[in-house]
Design a protein around this ligand. Structure first.
Ligand SMILES: Cc1ncc(COP(=O)(O)O)c(C=O)c1O
Length: 726
């Protein structure tokens, strides 16, 4: 502290702003600090000491590590800007504070060994100290300066003649690299193989990039982020090359790691975790110029979100307040540009997993051959229509190809209106079916559209959401929803407005994958048909094997709809949806309707559809959904025994929902907690989002290739968040 002491502003400080001395308002499930107590330590001291004491307390939190204090540092600096000297003093003060806590604790214990308060705290104080010194203070100072925007120029490369490497290829190992393709990033030894291939092409040398976050070093399912950021350059040379003395060189003849640490710097690992990269990189210079390579350009501030906001309408939201920049996906994993890999628990669209090589190959091959519209006569659209219809029971044998779920629902409604000549539609509350005019009209979920309930057109009639957990009827009582819905349909018909259709998800997706009450669809379908209407099942989320035990949601209810809509999984992310109905209904539409979609059922869409079905079969994904889903559900149910916040675990296969409540008696939804849990899960490497009109249910609908290790990782992370707090 000595060299900095004279430059640190002095003022009155509380001196002990810690968790013990902050009082909170507990509202909406989260605690908001709104007062400070215990002014016994009030004194005059360095102003930055106040922050040092507070962040030492943050460091004590369960699961915290040195970088966990950065948001607090940024927040403090935003209100009371810190000078470079104060920023430099901060981490040494944290270490000092942690040391004092250990020493004074030991001393108190020596004086007063029977004092449980003192002896109980010793272990914690020691762990706190270990945390504070787990990262070199120089690194933390570099990190804090960067966080506050106070970093100076990066360390200059010392002058000197560059070594002549001859023709040198620069190997791009970043997440957006064009060299590292498909899922190859998971293969060990990939960097060496890529370099060897370049040397074999005739290059004299191959060099990686300084400061780059390497996709090749990202690790799947790391609880903390893996070390991906290079603090030097890896070098492969065709012939032995002598390197300048001033470079620090590690490794053998074929592959050497070259770096330029600052004088007196602590030992710098070859790769560091992205959270600490700014700190470590402040201690090393770019060795590139001494190898005759261009200097690495400093990482440009990523303003992608601002650009997105400038070019997107604000209604097009994004997940998370501070989202990682995801540029890769592989199976049930997503990789961000900092080299961090996340477990993807929300992408139900990528049913086979991300970047499936068979889908990629099928699309590439078909794009090379032909892509046109379905008015042309080609095989794939016929084969896919036959395959899709073959998956459905009679009389569902006639297929319309579209590009999305919204289009599919829109068309299904139009088929029903035309086929029946009726004008009205009955739908279930709290559901989402799409954004086009008609599919939006029947969507009543206020989570998707806050004014949904007040803005329905008069032809839409919503019946109660048949929620057996928290609706009007619960548990065994929930069969009463059937009678209510039947009554509503009958009344409508009695008023001279018999519905053209009853439309619902056959497994209640928006509630987190809840089965409808037994017999619900059988009763409602019978009533709507009695009045000349049709039954539409929206299988866009729950169909295609996700439920594990059933390929289609309606099978769970033991019914056969008149019209089925599919999308999402149909194309594994490629825009492909379909409506399947009977020949009779389709023919009635022929008489009074019109249908043509320029890209629906194109040759590319059709081969995607066929490939997706092939892979679901070949990889046994429905059976996997059943097996891994059952394992995951059991793990989540076990968490519910230990964590009171979990009110219920819904779902089947890999469509599960964990519903959070503040009170298991009142079922008060834990909305704010759910969002905070999702944010904390992101930090732990899991992408998960809330659903339901109360936004208090974790919607668990990962790619169907999720394995037991992935399921366990998710359950473990959730257990940790619920135990440690969020
Ligand atoms: C049940 C259901 N139906 C329809 C849709 C609309 O599908 P798309 O987004 O492909 O238009 C969705 C989308 O979330 C959905 O979940």
């Amino acid at each position: 502290m000595e060299p900095l002491a004279g430059r640190l502003p002095w003022q009155a400080v509380h001196g002990d702003v810690t968790d013990d001395n902050v009082v909170c308002r507990a509202g909406r499930g989260l605690r908001t600090p709104d007062g400070i107590i215990d002014f016994g330590d009030l004194t005059s001291s360095w102003a930055v000491g106040e922050l040092a004491v507070a962040i030492t307390s943050v460091l004590r939190h369960a699961g915290a590590e040195p970088c966990s204090v950065l948001p607090a540092v940024r927040a403090f600096g935003g209100l009371r800007p810190l000078s470079a000297a104060e920023a430099a003093a901060l981490w040494p003060l944290v270490v000092l504070r942690a040391a004092v806590l250990v020493v004074s604790g030991e001393q108190q214990a020596a004086i007063d060994g029977v004092n449980d308060y003192v002896t109980g705290a010793l272990e914690h104080e020691r762990r706190l100290f270990e945390r504070a010194v787990s990262v070199p203070a120089e690194v933390m100072t570099g990190l804090i300066l960067a966080e506050l925007g106070l970093s100076g120029e990066s360390l200059p490369t010392p002058p000197g003649a560059a070594v002549d490497l001859g023709r040198c290829a620069v190997l791009d190992l970043s997440v957006v690299s064009g060299t590292v393709d498909e899922g190859a990033w998971l293969e060990p030894g990939l960097e060496d193989r890529l370099a060897a291939a370049l040397l074999a092409e005739g290059y004299d040398a191959v060099a990686t990039r300084f400061g780059e976050a390497r996709l090749t070093r990202s690790r799947v399912l790391a609880g903390v982020s893996p070390a991906t950021v290079a603090t030097g350059i890896d070098l492969w040379t065709a012939r032995p090359v002598e390197l300048p003395d001033r470079l620090t060189v590690r490794g053998d003849g074929t592959r050497r790691h070259v770096s330029l640490p600052a004088e007196g710097a602590p030992e710098v690992p070859e790769l560091v975790r992205p959270e600490y990269a700014a700190g470590w990189l402040s201690l090393v210079a770019d060795p590139g110029p001494l190898l005759g390579l261009p200097a690495a350009s400093p990482p440009a501030a990523d303003d992608l979100l601002n650009r997105r906001q400038a070019s997107f309408a604000s209604v097009q939201e994004h997940y998370f307040a501070d989202p990682p920049r995801i540029e890769r996906g592989w199976r049930h994993h997503l990789a961000a540009t900092d080299g961090r890999v996340y477990l993807d628990m929300v992408n139900n669209v990528a049913v086979l997993g991300h970047s499936h090589p068979r889908v990629e190959a099928a699309v590439a091959r078909q794009l090379r051959r032909l892509n046109t519209n379905s008015r042309f006569n080609y095989a794939s659209v016929v084969e896919f229509s036959e395959r899709l219809a073959g998956l459905l029971p009679a009389p569902l044998d006639t297929v319309f190809m579209v590009n999305s779920g919204s289009e599919a629902v829109d068309l299904a409604l139009r088929l029903a209106l035309v086929a029946t000549g009726h004008q009205d539609v009955v739908a279930v509350r709290e559901a989402y079916h799409g954004w086009t005019y008609a599919s939006d009209a029947v969507s009543t979920s206020t989570a998707d559209n806050p004014s949904a309930l007040s803005t329905r057109p008069p032809w839409v009639h919503a019946v109660d959401a048949p929620n057996s957990y928290r609706g009007r009827y619960r548990g065994p009582e929930s069969v009463r929803y059937c009678a209510d819905a039947v009554l509503a349909i009958g009344e409508l018909a009695g008023r001279g407005r018999p519905p053209a259709a009853f439309l619902a998800e056959p497994f209640y997706g928006n509630a987190g994958g809840m089965p409808l009450p037994d017999g619900y669809l059988a009763a409602v379908y019978a009533e709507v048909r009695r009045h000349g209407g049709l039954a539409i099942a929206d299988e866009i989320q729950v169909g295609y094997g996700r439920l594990g035990r059933w390929f289609w949601g309606f099978e769970q209810q033991g019914v056969v709809p008149d019209i089925v809509t599919v999308a999402k999984a149909t194309g594994n992310g490629y825009p492909l949806g379909a409506v399947v109905t009977s020949r009779a209904i389709a023919e009635r539409y022929r008489d009074a309707g019109y249908f043509f979609s320029s890209t629906g059922g194109s040759p590319v869409s059709s081969v995607v559809g066929l490939t997706v079905l092939d892979v679901i079969g070949d990889e046994g994904l429905q059976a996997n959904a059943a097996r891994v889903g059952a394992h995951l559900k059991a793990r989540l149910e076990e968490l519910a025994v230990r964590h009171a916040l979990i009110g219920a675990v819904h779902g089947s296969g890999l469509y599960l929902g964990v519903e959070f409540v503040r009170d298991r008696g009142t079922l008060e939804p834990a909305t704010e907690e759910t969002m905070a849990i999702c944010d904390r899960m992101l930090e732990l490497g899991v992408i998960i989002q809330p659903t339901s009109d109360r936004m208090c249910v974790l919607k668990i609908k990962p790619p169907l290739c999720l394995d037991v290790a992935g399921a366990d990782f998710f359950a473990g992370a959730l257990d940790r968040v619920l135990a440690e707090g969020f």
